[in-house]
Design a protein around this ligand. Structure first.
Ligand code: BES
Ligand code: ZN
Ligand code: ZN
Length: 482
C-alpha cells in the first residue's frame, strides 16, 4: 500500500476523493463542506456519509485518539475501495500521542484492504488505493513529517503482518496441513532478513520424546511438524520466544466434537500463524530483539490408531499426563513445545493459543485472556497490547484451582474435574511445564474468542482477525526501548 505525507494544505492536494473524519459529531469543523446535505439526509456525524458532488467521504469517529482513528481509516477504505477511483487524500488527525495515531491510521487502511476471496468465482478484485496525507492537521497543530512517515511505515508493516496471519488461518484445512505450515515458514525465512527456519518431522519428535505432541497427531494422515523460526539481528537486547498452537484441524479426536462445534476449527492454528507473522514483523521492523517462534503443527483426528481417553503420555519434560479428553489436545502439544522453547533460554516466553471454549464463555468473544505467574509481566503486556486496540484481560491463577487438574493415574490430568474456570485450569496445566527459572518470564494468551469471527465487529471482518499479531508487535517494539 502506498501512503505519502505531503507538506501542503489539503485543498492544494489533487486526488480523486477526500476523506474527512467527523470527530465526536462536531459538524462545525472547517473541514466540513456539506452541512446543507447533512441536514437533508439527517446525518449527525455518526457512521459514514458519501458526498458525491464534492467527492468527500465523511467518516464519524468517536474521539481524536489512535483507536478511533484506526477504525475510521478502516471504514474509509472499505467504503472507498468500491468506487472507481485511484486514490484519496486526508488531513492529519492526532492527539498527544502523535506516533500511535499515524501508526493506527496506516493500520486502519491496510486492515480495510483485506479480503479473503480466493474461493469465490465472482471476485471483487479491488485495486489498491493511493493515499495522500496532508500536513494540515485537524487541531491546527504542527508535527514532524519525517517521524509521522516512519510511524505510517510501521503501521503498514504491522497490519500487513496481521493480514498475513489471517490468510493462513482462513485457508481451508484440506490445503493448510502441518506440511503446508512448514513450507510457509521456510518461505518467510527465504524472503526476510535475518530469519532462519528449522523443520522437524515425526522422527525428531520421537527422538526428543515429545510423546504428547506425537499422540495428538497420530491418527491423522497429515504428519505433524515442529517448526522453529528465529530472527536474530545484530546485538539484540533481549530474547523473546513465542510458542504457537498450530492445530490445522481440531475434530476433537475420539472425544469427537459435535458438528456445530467442529465448524471453524480450521482456526485452531491461529496461535501458530500469529507467531509466524510476529517473526516476519520483527524482521521487517528491524527490531533489535532476538525473536523465536516455536510452532506445534498437527491435526487432531480420529482413526484406529488414535490416542485415547485413559492413555497416559510421558512428555518431553518427563512429566506424565493422564488423557481424559482428547479434545483438550492443544495443551498436550504446547506442553512439549513449551519444554522445547525453554531450551532457547528466553528472557520472555509467550504462548499463543486458541486453547479453550471456556475462555470465550468467561471473557466474551471480543477479548483475549492473559495468564501467568508474574503480575508485572501480565499487566505490562496488557498495557502495551491495548494500544493496538485489541482487548485483553488478565485472569489470575490461585492455589485451589491447581487441585482440579490432579490425576490419580499420572502427574497431571489434561482435563479439569470441574467445568468452572476452564480457561484458568488449562493455563495451569501449561504452567506445570514451565521450569522454575522461567515461571515469572512466561505468559499464556488464550485467543479462542477473538481469533476467528462468524460475525464482524470494528475493523475485524468475518473469518480470521490476525489477533494478537499487532498487539505482540507493539509489545516487542516497546520492549526494545526498555
Ligand atoms: N480448540 C479448542 C478450543 C476452542 C473452542 C477454540 C472454541 C476456539 C473456539 C480446544 O482444543 C478444545 O476443544 N478445548 C476443550 C477443552 C475441554 C475438552 C477440556 C473445550 O474448551 O471445550
Ligand atoms: Zn480440542
Ligand atoms: Zn484445539
Amino acid at each position: 500500500m502506498q501512503i505519502d505525507i505531503l507538506d501542503k494544505e489539503i485543498d492544494n492536494i489533487s486526488a480523486d476523493f477526500e476523506v474527512v473524519f467527523v470527530v465526536n459529531k462536531n459538524l462545525k469543523h472547517e473541514f466540513i463542506k456539506d452541512s446543507k446535505l447533512f441536514k437533508i439526509a439527517n446525518y449527525n456525524g455518526e457512521g459514514v456519509f458519501l458526498a458525491l458532488e464534492n467527492k468527500i467521504l465523511y467518516v464519524g469517529i468517536n474521539k481524536l485518539d489512535s483507536n478511533s482513528i484506526r477504525l475510521g481509516a478502516f471504514n474509509a477504505y472499505k467504503n472507498l475501495e468500491k468506487l472507481n477511483i485511484s486514490g484519496f487524500k486526508i488531513a492529519s488527525y492526532f492527539d498527544t500521542n502523535i506516533k500511535d495515531c499515524f501508526v493506527a491510521l496506516a493500520e486502519g487502511f491496510v486492515l480495510g484492504s483485506y479480503d479473503f476471496n480466493k474461493y469465490k468465482s465472482n471476485k471483487k478484485n479491488y485495486k489498491n488505493l493511493k493515499i495522500t496525507v496532508s500536513s494540515q492537521s485537524y487541531t491546527k497543530e504542527k508535527f514532524c513529517i519525517e517521524t509521522a512517515m516512519q510511524s505510517i511505515n510501521k503501521g503498514i508493516i504491522i497490519a500487513y503482518c496481521a493480514n498475513f496471519a489471517k490468510d493462513g488461518v482462513n485457508e481451508i484445512p484440506q490445503i493448510y496441513t502441518p506440511k503446508m505450515m512448514a513450507k510457509q515458514a521456510q518461505n518467510i525465512a527465504k524472503n526476510n532478513l535475518n530469519i532462519e527456519c528449522q523443520i522437524y518431522d515425526e522422527k525428531f519428535l520421537s527422538q526428543e520424546k515429545m510423546n504428547a505432541f506425537l499422540a495428538v497427531s497420530r491418527a491423522s494422515t497429515n504428519p505433524p511438524r515442529l517448526i522453529h523460526l528465529s530472527y536474530k539481528p545484530k546485538k539484540p537486547t533481549k530474547r523473546v520466544v513465542f510458542v504457537g498452537k498450530g492445530l490445522t484441524y481440531d475434530s476433537g479426536g475420539l472425544s469427537l466434537k459435535p458438528s456445530d462445534y467442529m465448524l471453524t476449527m480450521k482456526s485452531d492454528k491461529s496461535g501458530a500463524l500469529a507467531a509466524m507473522a510476529i517473526i516476519e514483523g520483527a524482521s521487517k521492523l528491524n527490531l533489535k530483539i532476538e525473536v523465536h517462534a516455536v510452532l506445534g503443527a498437527a491435526e487432531n483426528m480420529i482413526g484406529a490408531n488414535a490416542y485415547k481417553p485413559d492413555d497416559v503420555l510421558i512428555t518431553r519434560s518427563g512429566k506424565s499426563v493422564e488423557v481424559r479428553n482428547t479434545d483438550a489436545e492443544g495443551r498436550l502439544v504446547l506442553a512439549d513445545c513449551l519444554d522445547f522453547a525453554q531450551d532457547l533460554n528466553p528472557d520472555i516466553l509467550i504462548d499463543i493459543a486458541t486453547l479453550t471454549g471456556a475462555c470465550v464463555v468467561g471473557v466474551g468473544e471480543f477479548t483475549s485472556a492473559i495468564m501467568g505467574n508474574s503480575d508485572d509481566l501480565k499487566y505490562y503486556f496488557k498495557k502495551i497490547a491495548q494500544r493496538s486496540g485489541d482487548y485483553f484481560t488478565v485472569l489470575d491463577f490461585n492455589e485451589y484451582l491447581k487441585d482440579l487438574i490432579k490425576s490419580n493415574m499420572a502427574d497431571v490430568s489434561n482435563t479439569a474435574s470441574s467445568r468452572y474456570g476452564g480457561a484458568l485450569t488449562a493455563g495451569l496445566f501449561l504452567e506445570n511445564f514451565i521450569k522454575d527459572e522461567y515461571k515469572d518470564k512466561w505468559i499464556h494468551l488464550d485467543i479462542a474468542g477473538p481469533a476467528y469471527l462468524e460475525k464482524s465487529w470494528g475493523y475485524n471482518t468475518f473469518g480470521a482477525t490476525g489477533i494478537p499479531v499487532r498487539a505482540c508487535l507493539y509489545f516487542l517494539d516497546a520492549l526494545k526501548d526498555n
